[in-house]
Design a protein around this ligand. Structure first.
Ligand code: GLA
Length: 393
């Protein structure tokens, strides 16, 4: 009898542990990659686009600086077969997904796919509801490395349960897959999703046209409106579990260089996933330079995994801090105004957390050493732009 009880306890603990968990050890720094949605949406996405984007990522210096995942967003799927397995849209993806995964892998990159916790995806394609295990099995078999899981057509569903269901299915299918939740922050996922997913969206969609702020249309927010919504969420992020303020809008609809630089810098400060959403085949030299800035990416990818936070707010001028490993820190001066700003940095007055002693200052966009924090320094921040310093011991 005692042995039976012990066996039962062991089974319960083992099974509980075996299935009710996400894959650990993934996304220890914020995931970096490219996603099809912002540039191609439903109509424009297809096999050629994905292959060419993988080529561009491998050939244009993106892979070297850390970009890794090529993610197909909505519209790769068209129906289900008699056994409930997902059917690929053969018009868009004539060679099938497995071959595409192989192609992406052959470039030394990883492959991401998209589905939805409800009956349909946001673009009306079949969702995973009721087919979670079948879908997870198929993804694992294809060699998928990343799943973005959306929240359309989920009426009456419980978010925690729905996302845990897919987490468990992925785990059971056995292939380590980064799980990216996309329920737009509606159920405050930062409060409960650490055990469920590796990242979770915190807001509705970023404005794909890269509009600045105060300009909200439909379900879309300007990138700086999104920045405002990240305040206070810093304590919920860390290695393996990130707040996701949505994909980058750099390079979409001619976002001006200054705004693109500011947007990218803030995403780096926020330890946000860096998912480019522009056409990597035809981007401008300026967008390329922004997206591949190693010094900024190092801030984003710092192994400490701390999300940056706002330390000063003067209305349309803000200062942000991100703690880095080895006692370093990044400080971002963000001018939201339509006019340029001159600012005298008095290191003894700014409310920097854990600031002690003297630091060397490097201006990360200019790639130059500015001096040390024992003296005041005057900076010029163009309109809707940033100055980002790295302070090192
Ligand atoms: C939702 C998501 C977007 C994108 C589209 C696809 O709006 O938030 O990021 O995936 O669906 O239909």
């Amino acid at each position: 009898m005692r042995r039976k009880i012990l066996f039962l306890m062991f089974t319960l603990v083992f099974v509980g542990h075996g299935f009710a968990q996400k894959f650990e050890g993934l996304a220890m720094t914020p995931p970096m990659g490219w996603n099809s949605w912002n540039s191609f949406q439903c109509d424009g996405v297809n096999e050629t686009v994905i292959k060419e984007m993988a080529d561009a990522m491998a050939e244009k210096g993106f892979k070297e600086v850390g970009y890794e995942y090529i993610v197909i967003d909505d519209c790769w799927q068209i129906g289900r077969d008699d056994n409930g397995y997902i059917v690929v849209d053969k018009e868009k993806f004539p060679s099938g997904i497995r071959n595409l995964v192989e192609y992406v892998h052959s470039k030394g990159l990883k492959f991401g796919i998209y589905s939805d916790a409800g009956t349909k995806t946001c673009a009306g394609r079949p969702g995973s509801k009721g087919f979670e295990m079948k879908d997870a099995e198929v993804y694992a078999e294809w060699g998928v490395d990343y799943l973005k899981y959306d929240w359309c057509f989920t009426e009456g569903q419980d978010a925690k349960q729905s996302y845990a269901l897919m987490r468990d299915a992925l785990h059971k299918a056995g292939r380590p897959i980064v799980f990216s939740m996309c329920e737009w922050g509606e159920n405050k996922p930062w409060e409960w999703a650490e055990d469920v997913a590796h990242l979770w969206r915190t807001t509705l969609d970023i404005d794909m046209q890269g509009r600045y702020d105060g300009d909200i249309w439909g379900n879309h927010l300007g990138w700086s409106d999104i920045v405002d919504l990240q305040v206070g969420l810093e304590k919920y992020a860390g290695p393996g579990h990130w707040n996701d303020p949505d994909m980058l809008a750099v390079g979409n609809n001619n976002m001006p260089g200054n705004e693109a630089r500011a947007h990218f810098s803030l995403w780096c400060m926020l330890a946000a996933p860096l998912m480019a959403g522009n056409d990597l085949r035809s981007m401008s030299a300026s967008d390329h330079k922004i997206l591949t800035n190693k010094a900024l990416i190092a801030v984003n990818q710092d192994v400490l995994g701390k999300q940056g936070f706002k330390i000063e707010d003067f209305g349309n001028f803000e200062i942000w801090q991100k703690p880095l490993s080895n006692g370093d820190m990044a400080i971002c001066f963000f001018n939201r105004d339509t006019t340029n700003k001159t600012y005298e940095v008095d290191w003894s007055k700014i409310k920097i957390k854990d600031f002690s002693g003297d630091y060397k200052i490097t201006n990360l966009w200019e790639n130059e050493i500015v001096g040390a924090t024992n003296r005041k320094v005057t900076i010029e921040i163009p309109s809707r732009d940033v100055v980002v310093f790295r302070l090192s011991k």
